[in-house]
Design a protein around this ligand. Sequence first.
Ligand code: NAD
Length: 364
Amino acid sequence: MKIAILPGDGIGPEVTAQSARVLRAVVGNRVDLRMEEAPIGQAGVDAAGVPLPGATLALAQAADAILFGAVGGPTDELPDRSKRPGSGLLKLRKSLSLFANFRPAVLFPELIGASTLRPDVVAGVDMLILRELNGDLYFGEPRGVHLENGRRVGVNTMRYSEDEVARIAHVGFQAARQRRGKLCSVDKANVLETMQLWRDVVTEVSREYPDVALTHLYVDAASMMLIRAPKQFDVIVTGNVFGDILSDAAAMLTGSIGMLPSASLGIGAGVAGAKVPGLYEPVHGSAPDIAGRDIANPLASVLSAAMMLRHSLGLPEEALRIERAVRAVLANGYRTADIHQAGTRLVGTAEMGDAVVKALDFAT
Ligand code: NAD
């Protein structure tokens, strides 16, 4: 199996080094994993002049799955958008038609005190935020800043076609079926025509899934509910922009953004043997404020590797072993700085990786 490793920038290489180790360790000699690394983001610009070098895209396209770190840094705001590190990731997702972004937010019981919310509010949180990834304001045309009567005017376009909404809705209903059978669609249908279309299409698709209980929430109400009563959510399906924002909020329910994995899947989403490689990445960014200091939490990346084993490589037992090993190290008190509390053992990025690798032996 071919895995493209794209560490990127900032803490990306630090956390990806640990998840790649864990992947190797969990499959051992049973599976021939061929990992090949390539630059993306600022690292792509430094190596080949662009955030997504042709060789990196070719490696990703030929892989069975992609393990991605994070991109971004001081050149985020360059006037030439095509040179910004983040454009490399957007282009990669778009080139592979990765339209379904799975962001599970699960609170490990051991981290109940790490959340900024009250334990009784967050205990038992286990939700999946499914974010559409190929449309919406991030890709809609026209876009840009132009002059109108001598003043600058900025324009972005919220755009979804009915087939784009239907395909993510199907993924949402199927995911809900494999969980607790509840799907909440989040939109802003009261104000935005695009979001009224979203709601209409999700409702139409729901007729094919009578066994799934569908509800709708406006995004403002959903953001309030996420903080007030998060346990009510099973699967949330939403557009690119709302999903981007809500999933960071959901991260804080679990204690730290350093704990949240994600998977971006394309045609055949969620099915092992899908026609395009899945992209697996932590939800967090390149965290320049802590980069190069061996203090980043690698567990979001490690848990992303577990998702890869389950969704792209058809190795669910190995996925479970990683997840059990993560629980074991947390239960044994290992904590990186972002989740550290009095009475637990403060460890660095590499030491946390060591602990997970060791715990794999017992997590059968
Ligand atoms: P960020 O996620 O990088 O960091 C937000 C905060 O969380 C920071 O205080 C950071 O130190 C902390 N944090 C993040 N990951 C952590 C981890 N694993 N362990 C411990 N603490 C962690 O978001 P930001 O600060 O808004 O953005 C920083 C850069 O990352 C920017 O260049 C941005 O464009 C980029 N970014 C990239 C991605 C991606 O590659 N998918 C996603 C978001 C942001």
